[in-house]
Design a protein around this ligand. Structure first.
Ligand SMILES: Nc1ncnc2c1ncn2[C@@H]1O[C@H](COP(=O)(O)OP(=O)(O)O)[C@@H](O)[C@H]1O
Ligand SMILES: [Mg+2]
Length: 261
């Protein structure tokens, strides 16, 4: 379970860009939840992930992950428990290293100098084959030679192989062409549900927000303005979401990349 309790966060403090992104913000995510997050540009979605990962520090409040207070834990220590994917397919992998080297580093299956064993290789092949992209035959290919979709797939595998307590996806399919985005989204859904990974997925695609996961959060101005699950959520349409947004924020939904289907 992830609990954010009464969090306040100020970015770029003391500069002309100073911004209080969160003021007494609280959120609880249950184990095994797959939560989709929508909201217009600047709503605070990525900042929320930065807070959870420890990339930005809190002024007050606490962050509890699986009963452990991680508020003061540095980001590199949280990284063992929290996997994160970004929009840019180049951000999650070491481009000059091969697929198997990337997987080896992410798997925690041994020290870098200890070398990759046949058992490691068989394991990586088995894992890669579940992606259905034929990457199990390309173990020695440098990641920089892969397509964007293939890279996100490898990054997804790297982020989930060691069963993180939490997986954070920040518009991880937004830079892919629509067809590839669908493939990666389906793959994501399979991995998350099969392994029962607790996952938060920011998406600009309202339909995906409703189609995937079991709960949807709508954010605006550093607040959750709509939180839905169960029967209510299953009956929602994109139009309902837009109406909710207007009702609860008093504004029209603005996103430079919002897709309505
Ligand atoms: N480093 C920063 N310093 C000051 N303000 C920032 C910084 N990063 C983001 N912001 C501001 O914080 C708000 C939330 O940004 P962000 O979390 O990136 O929104 P989203 O991911 O929902 O588009 C925006 O108003 C943004 O301009
Ligand atoms: Mg963002």
């Amino acid at each position: 379970m992830l609990e954010l309790k009464n969090i306040s966060v100020i970015l770029s403090k003391g500069t002309i860009n100073e911004k209080k992104v969160f003021d007494d913000f609280s959120l609880t995510i249950n184990d095994g939840d797959f939560v989709t997050i929508i909201g217009s540009n600047g709503a605070g979605k990525s900042s929320l992930f930065n807070v959870i990962c420890g990339n930005v520090s809190t002024v007050s409040g606490s962050i509890i992950l699986n009963g452990k207070d991680i508020t003061m834990l540095p980001d590199h220590k949280r990284a063992r428990m929290i996997g994160r994917l970004f929009q840019d397919p180049n951000s999650g992998t070491a481009p000059d290293m091969t697929i198997e080297e990337n997987l080896f580093l992410a798997s925690g299956r041994g020290h870098w100098m200890s070398g990759i064993t046949k058992a490691d290789r068989d394991y990586f092949k088995e894992q890669l084959s579940t992606l259905g992209m034929g990457l199990e035959d390309k173990l020695n290919r440098p990641v920089k030679l892969l397509s964007g979709g293939q890279r996100q797939a490898v990054t997804l595998l790297m982020a989930t192989m060691s069963k993180p307590s939490l997986l954070l996806l920040d518009e991880h399919t937004a830079a892919l062409d629509p067809k590839t985005a669908d493939v990666v989204l389906e793959m994501t859904n399979n991995i998350v549900t099969k392994n029962n990974i607790t996952c938060l997925m920011i998406t600009h695609n309202m339909q995906s927000a409703l189609d995937y996961g079991n709960r949807t959060l709508m954010m605006q101005d550093g607040k959750i303005i709509f939180d839905t699950c169960g029967q209510e959520r299953s009956e929602l349409t994109i139009n309902d979401l837009l109406t909710k947004f207007k009702e609860n924020s008093g504004k029209e939904f603005v996103s430079d990349k919002m897709l309505l289907s």
